[in-house]
Design a protein around this ligand. Structure first.
Ligand code: UDP
Ligand code: MG
Length: 168
């Protein structure tokens, strides 16, 4: 398989700590192709849909707030789609283990993550963990127009009436 796709999200602690450039450099060094990127505020609906499989976990409430920026007073995240051979494994390798205290020191989480005094993992990145998950997540976070090239099958629908914000 030539191309795997992976969703990477720079979580609000990356932005709050001024680490965006550093994290980009680390991701660039993988040689993977950046195929989509946007900065956004994460709605509660998006956070819940993203982490739906973790509902019921003790940390669920915290990670919903974390992704929305409510723990950092910093409400933006950067969402990225990378493509390339073994893209998921490559990105997870440089990211490191979920628990930043257990992550290898030279990984992004190992070198820059922490567990707060309240026990929340500040682990900087979301990275899809398997192919099916990446497919679901990329479709959740991006529209086909935002990606440009059709990395997954698309269809054209006639939309009769809808509201859209436009420039005044
Ligand atoms: N998480 C947590 N405590 C845990 C496990 C997970 O706070 O014991 C949070 C952490 O922010 C993690 C997210 O929930 O990144 C999603 O968990 P997952 O198991 O998917 O870890 P990841 O794929 O991000 O390494
Ligand atoms: Mg995961």
């Amino acid at each position: 398989m030539k191309n795997d796709y992976v969703l990477v999200v720079l979580k609000p602690d990356v932005m709050a700590k001024g680490l965006m450039g550093h994290v980009f450099s680390r991701l660039s060094e993988t040689g993977l192709e950046l195929v989509a990127m946007k900065i956004l505020s994460v709605s509660r609906e998006l956070a819940e849909a993203h982490y739906h499989h973790l509902e019921g976990q003790a940390f669920y409430g915290d990670i919903i707030k974390y992704l929305q920026g409510k723990l950092h007073g910093q409400h933006k995240v950067v969402a990225l789609v990378y493509a390339g051979k073994n893209a998921i494994a490559v990105c997870r390798d440089i990211t490191g283990a979920t628990n930043p205290e257990e992550a290898e020191p030279k990984t992004i989480r190992g070198s820059l993550g922490r567990i707060t005094t309240k026990g929340v993992y500040e682990n900087l990145l979301h990275v899809s963990s398997e192919k099916e998950e990446a497919l679901r997540e990329i479709k959740l976070w991006f529209t086909p127009e935002e990606i440009g090239s059709d990395i997954f099958p698309t269809k054209v629908e006639m939309i009769k009436s809808f509201k859209k914000k436009v420039w005044k």
